[in-house]
Design a protein around this ligand. Structure first.
Ligand code: ZN
Length: 188
C-alpha cells in the first residue's frame, strides 16, 4: 500500500531541494495530487498475478494463443521516469487457458510498480508458466523510456525490445517465427 502521507512529505522536500517554494499557489496541491497518482501507477504492488491467472478453463486443442499490442505504462526504477509501450504475450496451452483479459491484467500487475523492462518481461513469462503449466510461453515488450529520451543520450523515438521464451519456445525457431509473424504482420 502506498503511504500517502509519506509521499506528500517526500514531494514537499523534493520541491524544496530543487529550490522551489512548495507553498506557492501552483505547487500547493502537488504533493497531495502525486500521492493519489502514485496509488494508481504503483497499484500493481498490491496485486497478485497468480491470483489473476487462477481462473482457468479446459481446452481440447493446443494451438498458440497470442495476445498482442497490450498497451502498458510503467516506471523505470533507476530514474522513476515512465517507460511505456506494447507487450505481446503468447503461450501454447497444455490443456488449460485463461480469459484473454487476464493476460493484459498480468502485464498491468508487473507494469504498475518500479520496474525494469527486462525483469518485467521475465516476470510475465514466469507467472504464466507457473500458473497455466503450458507447453511454452513467449513474451515480447517494445517500449520507449523517458530516461532515454528526455535526458542523457536523448534519443526520442528509440525503443527497447526485450524477449523472454520459456518451455517449447526456448529452442524452437519455427514457433518463435510464428510468434513474430503474428505480432508483426497479421493486422485485422
Ligand atoms: Zn531509467
Amino acid at each position: 500500500m502506498v503511504n500517502k502521507e509519506k509521499v506528500k512529505e517526500a514531494i514537499t522536500m523534493l520541491l524544496e531541494a530543487i529550490g522551489e517554494d512548495p507553498t506557492r499557489e501552483g505547487l500547493l496541491e502537488t504533493p497531495d495530487r502525486i500521492s493519489r497518482m502514485y496509488e494508481e501507477i504503483f497499484g500493481g504492488m498490491d496485486m497478485d498475478a497468480h491470483e489473476i491467472l487462477s481462473k482457468r478453463f479446459s481446452v481440447a486443442d493446443s494451438e498458440m494463443v497470442v495476445e498482442r499490442d497490450i498497451t502498458f505504462y510503467s516506471m523505470c526504477e533507476h530514474h522513476l521516469l515512465p517507460f511505456y509501450g506494447k507487450a505481446h504475450v503468447a503461450y501454447v496451452p497444455n490443456d488449460e487457458v485463461v480469459g484473454l483479459s487476464k493476460l493484459a491484467r498480468t502485464v498491468e500487475v508487473y507494469a504498475k510498480r518500479p520496474q525494469l523492462q527486462e525483469r518485467m518481461t521475465n516476470q510475465i513469462a514466469d507467472a504464466i508458466m507457473q500458473e497455466l503449466n503450458p507447453k511454452g510461453v513467449m513474451v515480447m515488450i517494445e517500449a520507449e523510456h523517458m530516461c532515454m529520451t528526455m535526458r542523457g543520450v536523448k534519443k526520442p523515438g528509440s525503443s527497447t525490445v526485450t524477449v523472454a521464451t520459456r518451455g517449447n519456445f526456448a529452442d524452437n525457431e519455427k514457433l518463435q517465427s510464428t510468434f513474430y509473424g503474428r505480432v508483426r504482420n497479421f493486422r485485422l
